[in-house]
Design a protein around this ligand. Structure first.
Ligand SMILES: Nc1ncnc2c1ncn2[C@@H]1O[C@H](COP(=O)(O)OP(=O)(O)O)[C@@H](O)[C@H]1O
Ligand SMILES: [Mg+2]
Length: 165
């Protein structure tokens, strides 16, 4: 399938844009299509997964990291959602991307944060350069724009007088 070509070629994809513009929707659709064609896919909420990996005991960490390296497609959804990553998480992120890059495995990252600000959220300029260098070498960068679908959905619920959910 056309959308899966970038995975076969080991390219990465970065989806950037404001909240509610459909980044996770597209990321999950790609992940689903990849699963359907028998690829190994790991989908994770980025900040939460990095926290779990970074602060695990060393032996546990090796075990937890393996699927993040082995997957044909790794989806890191909503990177830098909350705030700046602690240094341990930034290092783990760098290490995962570096290993996947060497193995030519595809990573898909979604984020609300424009790349110009990533150094702030990773907390280290050299590390950010290393990350972006690998990510951008073979990748598709897609910018999401426009109004939030979530706000549109909420507005139409209000208009219908249905305030639940
Ligand atoms: N192309 C689309 N058409 C209709 N609804 C969409 C579309 N893309 C996303 N949505 C809906 O809009 C909401 C926000 O989308 P989401 O992918 O979570 O945004 P983001 O990850 O950019 O914050 C979700 O409820 C999702 O189902
Ligand atoms: Mg999202």
């Amino acid at each position: 399938m056309h959308t899966l070509k970038f995975i076969a070629e080991g390219d990465s994809a970065i989806l950037i844009g404001p909240p509610g513009t459909g980044k996770s929707h597209v990321a999950k659709a790609i992940a689903y299509a990849a699963v359907r064609s028998s690829l190994r896919v790991l989908y994770a909420e980025a900040d939460e997964a990095l926290g779990r990996l970074a602060f695990a005991a060393p032996a546990e960490k090796r075990k937890l990291m393996k699927p993040f390296i082995d997957a044909d497609l790794l989806v890191f959804d909503d990177l830098f959602l909350a705030r700046r990553l602690p240094p341990e998480c930034a290092d783990t992120f760098q290490s995962i991307l570096h290993q996947r890059y060497k193995l030519r495995r595809s990573s898909l990252i979604t984020s609300n944060r424009v790349m110009d600000d990533w150094h702030t959220f990773l907390g280290d300029a050299a590390l950010t350069t290393a990350v972006l260098d690998r990510l951008l070498h073979r990748s598709v960068l897609v910018e999401f724009r426009g109004k939030s679908y979530r706000l549109k959905e909420a507005a139409s619920r209000l208009a219908k007088g249905n305030h639940s959910e």
